[in-house]
Design a binder for this molecule. Structure first.
Ligand SMILES: NC(=O)c1ccc[n+]([C@@H]2O[C@H](COP(=O)([O-])OP(=O)(O)OC[C@H]3O[C@@H](n4cnc5c(N)ncnc54)[C@H](O)[C@@H]3O)[C@@H](O)[C@H]2O)c1
Length: 432
């Protein structure tokens, strides 16, 4: 095994997005020569200047600069060429879902085609992208075989290892979370495991098949989605009963078998609201997984109804949403609950204002709402505030200048209820 390892020096990382660039930079700082491949020429150019195009990821800019200085990280838009120079290929190009929640392979199919054209005998290909179960073997392994005329497991090795990190702390998570690894055969598994041991210096969980590794990542997301849905259901019932759900959660979770999650105005991001469909679309129908998606997607509607039940119609009311990002302190909008809030508020014919310190006015205006600075005089005319993402800039937000505001819907149960009530503004949380 060590013999094989000593020859494994060159790694192609296909997809230099938030995760791919971080992986590439970590590998390049841990003794590997990394060729990053991306179809975005701007990304390629910035990496080749030693600059990270991904911001707000602690430690990343330094790692990219360092790797560039030591010439261990270069980028190209020619994936086949990067692959042909490498003994290991790590694929981290997204699989998305379309408007109807069907799996959309357009990016990764293109990447795999290019990999298949560049692959040589003896290469290990590891997929890290979250995938429907079976895709590594049946869709991508097969594609590589068909295009390259090489045989998986004999001429090239194939593994799957899910990426489980959390934005804003990717480098830490890469070290701290065990890496789950599955291989097409024993040789694929062992080469992949020893690569990760060296490249990430992390603990490993070797599982018995590609499919087990693929399934485990989607199962994590389903677990979280279902548990958030449970918290949301309990929060709505607590509202009916006049009970405070954060207090309930603290009390219930003081016993080791209870791990109630936190309710909120919705679940966003490109993991939790998306990957459950990788099960639902492949046969897991009419169960908790599907129901959880529905419950969580209806929370924005629930929040707006709660406001209307308190102050009446929102027709022509000035409504300010705090937070475009799908969660606090992250500049990402994928499946943000704010998008659902905007849709509902448009139907109500409210005047929608949006503040997010992480986005420029131009970026916000793309969502057909009015960007609003918290220093703008207009804040005195706001009738309703909805907190969607509790960015750190909102921690010390003083609502005293919102002199016309009648209600604040705290979609994350994070604001100071007493201070808000003291200003004569109604406070409503989710189950709070
Ligand atoms: N971002 C997260 O928090 C997170 C967490 C866990 C797992 N993941 C997994 O990582 C994957 C990637 O996430 P990300 O945040 O890095 O995505 P991203 O959107 O930031 O980056 C994707 C990159 O892939 C590139 N790309 C698209 N098609 C390509 C092709 N044919 N060839 C080469 N490059 C191509 C894009 O130009 C882009 O730079 C996700 O789909 C998911 O499976 C992400």
């Amino acid at each position: 095994m060590t013999e094989i390892n000593q020859t494994l020096k060159n790694v192609a990382v296909v997809g230099l997005g938030k995760i791919g660039l971080t992986l590439a930079a970590v590998f390049a700082n841990n003794g590997f020569n990394v060729y990053g491949a991306d179809i975005n020429e701007e990304v390629v150019a910035s990496v080749n200047q030693g600059k990270s195009h991904v911001k707000n990821e602690p430690g990343l800019e330094q790692l990219v600069e360092n790797a560039h200085r030591h010439r261990t990280l270069t980028a190209t838009s020619n994936t086949s060429e990067a692959v042909s120079q490498s003994e290991i290929v790590v694929v981290i190009v997204p699989v998305l879902i379309d408007e109807q929640n069907n799996v959309d392979y357009c990016f990764i199919d293109q990447a795999v085609e290019a990999i298949a054209k560049g692959i040589k005998k003896g290469t290990l290909v590891i997929f890290e992208t979250t995938l429907p179960t079976g895709d590594t073997r049946n869709r991508f392994g097969k594609k590589i075989e068909d295009v390259s005329n090489l045989i998986a497991g004999e001429d090239f090795y194939l593994a799957y290892s899910p990426e489980r990190v959390y934005s804003n702390r990717i480098i830490e998570d890469l070290k701290n979370y065990p890496k789950v690894v599955g291989g097409l055969n024993e040789a694929s598994l062992k080469i992949a495991s020893s690569f990760y041991q060296k490249a990430l210096n992390c603990n490993l969980i070797e599982v018995s098949s590609l499919e087990t590794a693929e399934f485990s990542k989607v199962a994590e997301c389903v677990y979280r989605d279902v548990n958030i849905a449970l918290a949301n259901e309990l929060a709505k019932f607590a509202d009916q009963k006049g009970v405070n759900i954060p207090e309930v959660i603290a009390a219930s979770n003081s016993q080791p078998f209870s791990n109630l999650h936190f309710p909120g105005v919705g679940v966003g991001g490109h993991c939790i609201p998306i990957y459950p469909y990788f099960f639902i679309n492949r046969g897991l129908k009419n169960g908790l997984t599907q129901l959880a998606r529905e419950v969580n997607d209806k929370m924005s509607d629930y929040a707006i109804t709660k406001i209307e039940n308190t102050i009446g119609s929102l027709h022509h009311k000035n409504v300010l949403i705090l937070g475009l990002a799908f969660r606090e302190n992250v500049k990402e909008t994928t499946k943000s609950s704010t998008l659902l809030l905007i849709d509902h508020l448009k139907q109500k014919q409210a005047n929608i204002f949006l503040n997010d310190p992480l986005f420029s006015d131009n970026e916000i205006a793309k969502y057909a709402v009015t960007p609003l600075s918290l220093n703008d005089k207009m804040i005195s005319k706001i009738d309703v505030i909805i907190l969607q993402a509790f960015h750190k800039q909102y921690e010390s937000l003083d609502f005293k200048d919102f002199i016309n505001c009648r209600i604040i819907l705290d979609g994350r149960n994070s604001l100071n209820k007493e201070l808000i009530n003291q200003l004569g503004i109604r406070y409503k949380g989710i189950g709070n």
